[in-house]
Design a protein around this ligand. Structure first.
Ligand code: ATP
Length: 514
């Protein structure tokens, strides 16, 4: 646990030190669970967003993208169920006065059981070596079976109690499991209560005419209310999708995990409109498609897993999360939800307007079903960033900090150095910068010894460093150093663009999805 905490602290301080993420309003001591993306963070975030947008909108001729407003008519949130049901169960510890999400306390307890299972697996793997069969071990080792059963029964009881809104049983469960407040170690809990997560605000100049509004807690509703407008103007036929990225706001009860859980965050959502009855096929298809998208970035297959929901949200008939191994364990990164006709049906009811699709072949009209994929851009950022941050021991026994971002996402693709600040080397290096900047984000750096400049760019995540030396003036060649292997090669200046392009081109990466 201590190692996990240290690793996570290292991620947060590296993000600050290298201009990725700052605490919002830091000079006023910050605002809880609100963060700003700095010069490198904004680029990384934009690249992740582009990678998603291209995979969704550009590569699928039946998906289009929109950009709806954050403010929406307040009835939207009645129809969507958020006014009545967008609650989290909260519980306070009477001694530390800290507030927690009751379900998260229980889930964290279960995560500890899962960690024990992983430990048993690792031990057995060591013992059996190449002969180790994980599936078989999980199915036959009595201790592991007991752990699994314990985890399953706790989660299923939690799901049932939440489903029935039986909050006193959630409290009972916390007491039976003897869960203590992580801050004070005390088990002195209040009752569990529901807490609505939407932020309210007002629209209008005078107090009398002002209208109560909510900041959107998800981007999805902007897609639903535009469904017919988009379908008609794009002349899409079912099945088709509408994608959107944008800010969402939630007054989260506990927000202590850096950009994992923020009060203002960004979502990348796609709603896929389908014929009722076909939802299970599309559910499986989109689970597979989204996992392939994640795997294409090469962060390691073992770091992802599916988690099927025990408790379904008010709108869903099937739901799964793609979980990622964050520095604090496996947690939700993306949700894939079969939302049925819940949203469109309710918007029809509340607005009195028809939101039906006319099928030109069968000549029938119907309210489509919806399959949603929803990923938090900030969580994806944290997944990429934390996974890429590595401490490496070098052959000479020293260490280097390297941010092995997938080159396609790296904020700066190459740094160009003159070996010395004289003899015309800076001028040639600047010429190379001026040529490359039309294609990539590059930077020029002449400060400190070259070795230190390499380390700086390693920690910054820059995949290539290009050094101009005296030989460059004679034969128009430079050395190009690769971040991950630290190998250096002498190449013609004329080839530099192609070499960078091969590694950072989105097309090459996106092709791995198909
Ligand atoms: P959680 O259970 O972690 O609260 P959720 O199930 O409420 O998440 P969804 O409503 O399915 O999340 O939202 C879709 C995605 O949006 C999530 O998978 C996550 O990546 C992202 N997300 C949700 N809430 C936050 C938040 N407070 N900060 C950052 N990202 C978030």
């Amino acid at each position: 646990m201590a190692k996990q905490e240290d690793d996570f602290k290292r991620v947060i301080s590296h993000a600050k030190e290298y201009g990725y993420v700052f605490q919002s309003s830091e000079i006023y001591d910050g605002l809880s669970a609100v963060y700003d993306y700095a010069q490198n963070g904004a680029e990384l975030k934009k690249n992740i967003r582009d990678y998603w947008w291209k995979a969704m909108v550009q590569l699928n001729d039946n998906i289009v993208g929109i950009d709806a407003a954050i403010f929406m008519h307040p009835t939207t949130w009645k129809a969507s169920g958020h006014v009545d049901a967008f609650n989290d169960p909260m519980i306070d510890n009477k001694d530390s006065k800290k507030r927690y999400r009751a379900d998260v306390l229980v889930e964290d307890y279960v995560a500890k059981i899962e960690a024990k299972i992983e430990k048993e697996v690792a031990k057995a793997e060591k013992r059996f070596g190449d002969k180790f069969d994980k599936e078989q071990f999980l199915a036959t080792n009595q201790r592991v079976i007991d752990y699994q059963e314990q985890a399953r029964s706790i989660l299923s009881r939690l799901a049932k109690s939440l489903e029935k809104e039986d909050l006193s049983d959630v409290k009972k469960l916390i007491e039976e499991l003897e869960i203590a407040c992580p801050m004070s170690g005390s088990r002195n809990w209040t009752d569990v209560k529901q807490f609505n997560l939407m932020f309210g605000t007002k629209l209008g100049a005078s107090a009398e005419s002002a209208m109560d509004l909510y900041l959107r807690p998800e981007t999805a509703q902007g897609i639903f209310v535009n469904f017919l407008n988009v379908q008609k103007t794009s002349r899409m036929k079912i099945p088709f999708g509408i994608a959107q990225t944008g800010k969402a706001f939630r007054n989260e009860i506990v927000a202590r995990q850096f950009i994992f859980r923020m009060r203002e965050f960004e979502q990348m959502e796609m709603q896929f409109f389908i014929k009722p009855g076909t939802q299970m096929e599309w559910y499986e298809t989109w689970k597979e498609n989204r996992m392939k998208w994640h795997l294409s970035l090469g962060l390691g297959e073992d770091n992802y897993r599916f988690h099927d929901h025990e408790k379904l949200a008010h709108y869903a008939d099937a739901a799964a999360d793609i979980e990622f191994r964050f520095p604090f364990g496996f947690k939700e990164l993306e949700g894939i939800h079969s939302r049925t006709d819940f949203d469109l049906g309710n918007h029809e009811k509340y607005s009195g307007k028809k939101l039906q699709y006319f099928d030109p072949e069968t000549r029938e009209s119907y309210v489509p079903y919806v399959l949603e994929t929803s990923i938090g851009l900030d969580r994806m950022f944290l997944a990429v960033f934390s996974n890429s941050l590595q401490e490496e021991e070098l052959e000479n026994g020293t260490f280097r900090t390297v941010l092995k971002l997938p080159p396609v996402l790296a904020p700066t693709k190459a740094a160009i150095f003159p070996l010395l600040k004289k003899d015309g080397l800076p001028e040639l290096a600047q010429e190379i910068v001026d040529d490359l900047k039309w294609d990539f984000n590059v930077l020029y750096d002449e400060k400190d010894a070259v070795g230190r400049r390499y380390r700086r760019q390693d920690a910054n995540g820059t995949p290539f460093c290009i050094t101009v030396d005296h030989q460059s003036l004679e034969d128009q060649t430079v050395t190009i150093r690769h971040r991950d292997s630290m190998e250096q090669e002498r190449v013609a200046i004329a080839d530099v663009k192609r070499i960078i392009h091969e590694q950072v081109d989105m097309k090459t990466w996106l092709q791995k999805i198909q």
